[in-house]
Design a protein around this ligand. Structure first.
Ligand SMILES: O=P(O)(O)OC[C@@H](O)[C@@H](O)c1c[nH]c2ccccc12
Length: 272
């Protein structure tokens, strides 16, 4: 069994347990049901921002421990001060060392879109995402039957949550794209063997219909790549490890963004 299949199989079990422990009725008491979601898409397209979705990820199946004791408060605030457009918070426990409390902490200290990064396979998790203050959820094409993915996307939209659809190739894209998706992400990491290759983004870019906001996910380790991806039509960039490997991820993000802006300035200078 590959790692994605293993994660998904465990997720079904975990969700069944959580449903018993914290029934939907309890989740629905959260005040976050009264607050409107902040649009991820809108923030990605804001010209005064970078398009970076900065991720908080303590560990991963491919790298093991990355930054297990990270301060979510300091990092999330620092990411946004550095110029990120949005935050991505891993809430999966067993494989990524995350928890719902991490997202709640990020929510408490920041007014910005927050993506709940988890393996969503059930409506329950969507209610849960809204209850902890998330603005968007991730749906992974490789993890769900296309018809099921579309159902979950529509369910998320009914709560005002935006949907980031993650694909690896144009076949997945064609099978799963629906009007309930607003942001399409190309994962440069193959979740079956963990190899990252930014070419995955270039290959799919032209197949994503106009009107969807495009993001490139994983393995973006230098600002030059980000400039090139932007030139290829990407509006957003999901970056985790490059920042999280640092003991102060927010400083790594600030340095990265400074370099990125310098590169952009050079480009515009060479055009005039
Ligand atoms: O740390 P990276 O290589 O910058 O990648 C971030 C993000 O794209 C990655 O964490 C990710 C993309 N899709 C996922 C699905 C589940 C868990 C994690 C992910």
């Amino acid at each position: 069994m590959n790692i994605l299949d293993e994660i998904i199989a465990n997720k079904y079990k975990e969700v069944a347990e959580r449903k018993e422990l914290y029934p939907v009725k309890l989740l629905e008491k959260s005040l976050y049901f009264e607050t409107p979601c902040i649009s991820l898409e809108r923030y990605l397209l804001r010209p005064d921002k970078t398009g970076i979705i900065a991720e908080i990820k303590r560990k991963s199946p491919s790298k093991g421990d990355i930054n297990p004791y990270v301060s979510v408060e300091r990092t999330s605030i620092g990411y946004m001060q550095a110029g990120a457009s949005a935050l991505s918070v891993l809430t999966d426990g067993p494989y990524f060392g995350g928890k719902n409390e991490d997202l709640l902490t990020a929510r408490k200290y920041n007014y910005c879109p927050i993506l709940r990064k988890d393996f969503t396979v059930d409506e329950y998790q969507i209610v849960e995402a809204k209850s902890i203050g998330a603005d968007a959820i991730l749906l992974i094409a490789a993890a769900l039957e296309p018809a099921r993915l579309k159902e979950l996307a529509a369910f998320a939209r009914s709560f005002g949550l935006e949907v980031l659809l993650e694909v690896r190739d144009k076949e997945e894209l064609a099978a799963t794209l629906s009007e309930d998706v607003n942001v399409v992400g190309v994962n440069n990491r193959n979740l079956k063997d963990f190899i990252t290759d930014v070419n995955a983004s270039y290959e799919i870019a032209r197949h994503i219909p106009a009107g969807f906001t495009k993001i490139s996910e994983s393995g973006i380790s230098n600002p030059k790549t980000m400039v090139e991806l932007r030139e290829a039509g990407f509006n957003g960039f999901l970056i985790g490890e490059t920042f999280m490997h640092n003991s102060r991820p927010e400083q790594a993000a600030a340095n990265f963004i400074r370099e990125y802006k310098q590169l952009l300035d050079k480009k515009t200078a060479s055009l005039v």
